[in-house]
Structure formats: structure tokens, C-alpha cells
Design a protein around this ligand. Structure first.
Ligand SMILES: NC(=O)c1ccc[n+]([C@@H]2O[C@H](COP(=O)([O-])OP(=O)(O)OC[C@H]3O[C@@H](n4cnc5c(N)ncnc54)[C@H](OP(=O)(O)O)[C@@H]3O)[C@@H](O)[C@H]2O)c1
Length: 272
């Protein structure tokens, strides 16, 4: 019996919006996707020069990358972001929500201002971008002629989470709360936006150092895992790409952390 044709693994010239794509993990993800043929929209807020450099490097791998500026704490700016990418690119197939506000607070210093700041940028913006992508994909399919051949187009959203959701400590209270909400949103969106848009979480372990850690301290903490190494930027970017290109994954989170989520840490890495 002839097997029914499967939908294409991805469009011929797929395009993706990577938030926080100018530097650090977002940049690594942008470059890995460009190397795989994705046209990349690099979102940034303050890192103008880094964004220009990432765009140039992405364009050398897959033509047509461009940068887009937005403060993800501002709802109007977030609602404008995806349509402005579509205006320039024509279409958009995917969003990687990598941008993240990461400011310290704890149970003693917690307040609505910090909570709102993190929830807006890390949770609300990611949900609005998923909503926007679904609307765009739906409109693209409605515009197809009724007798169009082939599968309808579909999209994917990857939400960057954190292994610390599975290994909690009370540091970075509002940040953790915002990522926990995003993890719940990943499940709800996967249900609400199916079958047109898949939604997947990717949760790195300690991957890139911060201004709060010396290089020696970072190297020591990176080894603190059952595998003796946490994730590298390349591991995380490869997992994001896998989640985007595998057509059967939705509503779940891939932990890329050398098993750090299986351990118990009393404090956040940056305060250990
Ligand atoms: N790095 C790690 O080891 C690690 C570990 C676990 C999880 N993660 C997750 O992986 C993702 C990437 O990590 P990262 O370390 O690369 O992130 P990051 O350096 O903390 O932040 C990435 C970018 O987010 C943007 N951003 C922050 N607040 C914003 C706002 N209100 N509006 C618009 N942009 C905003 C900034 O862009 P501009 O510079 O342009 O302002 C920043 O460069 C994050 O979601 C993080 O939670 C990372």
C-alpha cells in the first residue's frame, strides 16, 4: 500500500525571529539556524552593534538576515515586532524566545515592580509572539487557493527555560517565577495553537558565565553535574534546532544541562 505523503520537514527557505539574538546564547542560536539555512530576524533591545555583527554573520550563512529593535517589556512594541518582521521578510515560520530579563531578588526583597518587569519581558512577550505567529500562519493558510497542493504551512515556537525550574532555590525569585509561568504557558500554548504551531521548551543548565562569576568559578560550577559538564552554547543551539526541525515534538521541554536538574543546589550558581 502506498504510504501517505508526510508534510515537508520545513519550508524551502524558512525564516525565524530570535529574540535577544544579538549576543550570548541568542546569537549562538541565530548562527546555528542560519548555518542550517534559516533566514534570521535578530531581535535586540540595547545591543545595537552586537546585533549588526550577528546579522552580518547570519547573512553570510543564509542571505537576508536583518535586525529588529524592541523593548519586550512594552506590550505595544511586542505586538508590533512580528508584523514588522513579516513586512520585511514576507513570511515567518518560527520564533525563538531567548531574550530574558535576569535581575536578582529573593523572598525578602520581592515586590510587584520586579515581578512585573520579569513577567512582562520573559513570559508575556513570549506568549504574545506565539499568538502573533499563530495568527500569521493562519492567515497564510487562508490565503492559499482552495485547491492548493501540499500540506498547509505550520510554525514553531521555542521558549528558552532554565534547568533551575526542576531544581529550585529562592534566588532570582521573580526571574524563576517568570520562567515557571513560561513553562506552564508552553503546555497551554501547545494545546491552544495546535495543529498549526508547535510549542517547545528548551532548558539549559549553566552555559554562559555572567558578570557575577569569575572564569575559575564558572569552570568549577560547570563541572557540577552528573555528567561532569553542564551545557555548552553549541549543545543548546543544536537542541533548539532539533526542536524546530522535528515535526513531532510539542508541549514538552528538552533539558540540556548535563543532568544538573537532577541535583540539589541551595543557591543560584551566580551566588554559590
Ligand atoms: N546563559 C545561561 O547559562 C543560561 C542558563 C539557563 C537558561 N538560560 C536561558 O537562555 C536564554 C538566553 O540566555 P542568555 O544568558 O544569553 O540571556 P541574557 O544574556 O541574560 O539576555 C539575552 C538578551 O535579552 C535581552 N533582553 C533582556 N530584557 C529585555 C527586554 N525587556 N526587552 C528586550 N530584550 C531584552 C537583552 O538584549 P540587549 O542586550 O539587546 O538589550 C539581552 O542581551 C534566556 O532565556 C535564559 O533564561 C541561559
Amino acid at each position: 500500500m502506498p504510504s501517505s505523503p508526510l508534510p515537508p520537514a520545513r519550508p524551502a527557505c524558512p525564516s525565524v525571529l530570535v529574540t535577544g539574538g544579538a549576543k550570548r546564547l541568542g546569537r549562538e542560536i541565530a548562527l546555528a539556524l542560519a548555518a542550517s539555512g534559516w533566514r534570521v530576524a535578530v531581535h535586540y533591545r540595547d545591543s545595537v552593534e552586537d546585533a549588526a555583527r550577528t546579522v552580518a554573520e547570519c547573512s553570510a550563512l543564509a542571505p537576508g538576515a536583518a535586525s529588529f529593535r524592541a523593548n519586550l517589556g512594552n506590550e505595544v512594541a511586542v505586538r508590533h515586532l512580528l508584523p514588522s518582521v513579516v513586512e520585511e521578510f514576507g513570511n515567518l515560520d518560527a520564533v525563538v524566545n531567548s531574550a530574558s530579563t535576569f535581575e536578582h531578588d529573593n523572598a525578602a526583597t520581592f515586590g510587584f515592580a520586579a515581578m512585573e518587569k520579569h513577567l512582562r519581558a520573559n513570559t508575556g512577550a513570549a506568549i504574545l509572539l506565539a499568538q502573533s505567529l499563530h495568527t500569521h500562519i493562519d492567515e497564510r493558510n487562508r490565503a492559499l487557493p482552495e485547491m492548493a497542493l501540499g500540506a498547509p504551512c505550520s510554525g514553531v515556537v521555542v521558549n528558552m527555560l532554565d534547568q533551575k525550574l526542576w531544581n529550585q532555590n529562592p534566588d532570582f525569585f521573580s526571574y524563576t517565577l517568570s520562567k515557571a509561568a513560561l513553562e506552564a504557558a508552553t503546555t497551554m500554548l501547545a494545546l491552544a495553537l495546535s495543529p498549526l504551531v508547535r510549542v517547545v521548551g528548551v532548558a539549559p543548565g549553566l552555559t554562559i558565565t555572567s558578570h557575577m562569576l569569575s572564569d575559575d568559578k564558572f569552570a568549577a560550577l560547570h563541572k557540577l553535574s552528573p555528567l561532569g559538564r553542564s551545557s555548552t552554547p553549541g549543545d543548546v543551539a543544536a537542541t533548539v534546532r532539533f526542536a524546530m526541525e522535528n515535526q513531532s515534538i510539542t508541549g514538552t521541554t528538552l533539558l540540556v544541562d548535563g543532568g544538573q536538574h537532577l541535583m540539589r543546589f541551595e543557591r543560584d550558581f551566580s551566588l554559590m
